[in-house]
Design a protein. Structure first.
Length: 297
């Protein structure tokens, strides 16, 4: 069986754009033309590939096909580039990473490689417990995740530990925790939460103080720099990765309100066993550099 190139591109465009309308804009076609191409592909395979919702989502069969199409396209691009007499053409690699990885060690680890190898990254940012699902759905060809088990056909490498500390500004600490972090004080003090998927704070408070989610006030700030800035401003207290936290603790700008209770998150790098040469080299570089900055397991 051979896939029609235009039909495959239409399917990927719908997933990337989230709708037939956005796919039509990307491919300079009408939404009806995009729909027709996707339906032809579904007819050829004899199974639905999309859940036509907003945004459109792949079915299980669609996930498998999207994974295949993205990998095949990357392999083809890298293969053709290896035969050109000129510098390798840019190669775009879709990756899924958690926000704290992106805001701390990822770009310093990969910047030289990306420039030298002419690799472009298309990053999807999600919680470390959810990036794995993005790879399952075919939205990424590799990911940084807290999941230790590889998917079928994939390889996993342990990167190290991202250690989180519960930090507050000195003024916030004096206001709410003058007698220390306790169950009663934690019921009143505002907590900084990254987004609805962020369970670091809720898990910490439930394990340490027996407080369930909803038993304390929360700020939700889904961006790493504003999140940290809000803690520095005294709006709330929250988990900060050690790669950011250590300098602020040393300077006295932030205080660890539970210094004996850090939260350790093990991170893993997932990628397919068969991958393009440049993605294989990217994987090696990322694993090597991550192990230099993360805490060894």
């Amino acid at each position: 069986m051979q896939f029609d190139h235009k039909q495959a591109e239409a399917l990927l465009a719908v997933i990337d754009g989230g709708s037939f309308e956005q796919a039509a804009v990307a491919l300079h076609l009408t939404p009806s033309a995009i729909s027709q191409r996707v339906r032809q592909l579904e007819t050829q395979l004899g199974t639905p590939l999309l859940v036509r919702s907003r945004p459109c989502r792949p079915t299980m069969a669609g996930q498998q096909l999207i994974q295949y199409l993205r990998r095949a396209r990357l392999l083809e691009q890298d293969f053709l580039a290896s035969f050109s007499g000129e510098a390798a053409a840019p190669l775009t690699v879709p990756l899924a990473v958690n926000a704290d990885t992106l805001s701390t060690w990822l770009l310093p680890a990969l910047s030289e490689f990306l420039i030298t190898e002419n690799v472009l990254v298309s990053l999807t940012v999600d919680d470390q417990d959810h990036t794995y699902a993005l790879m399952q759905e075919g939205q990424a060809l590799a990911c940084v995740s807290a999941e230790p088990h590889p998917m079928q056909g994939c390889v996993v490498h342990e990167l190290g530990v991202m250690r989180y500390r519960m930090l507050a500004s000195p003024e916030f600490n004096r206001r709410w925790f003058s007698s220390g972090l306790s169950r009663e004080s934690a019921r009143q003090a505002p907590v900084m939460v990254f987004n609805r998927k962020d369970a670091l704070q809720s898990t910490f408070l439930q394990q340490l103080l027996g407080l369930r989610p909803g038993a304390y006030p929360e700020h939700h700030i889904p961006a790493s720099e504003p999140y940290l800035h809000a803690i520095l401003l005294g709006l709330g207290y929250g988990m900060v990765p050690h790669l950011q936290a250590d300098a602020y603790i040393a300077s006295g700008a932030l205080i660890d309100v539970a210094p004996q209770k850090p939260t350790d998150v093990r991170l893993y790098w997932h990628h397919w066993k068969v991958q393009s040469p440049r993605l294989e080299r990217l994987s090696r570089r990322l694993v090597d550099e991550a192990r230099k900055v993360l805490i060894p397991t």
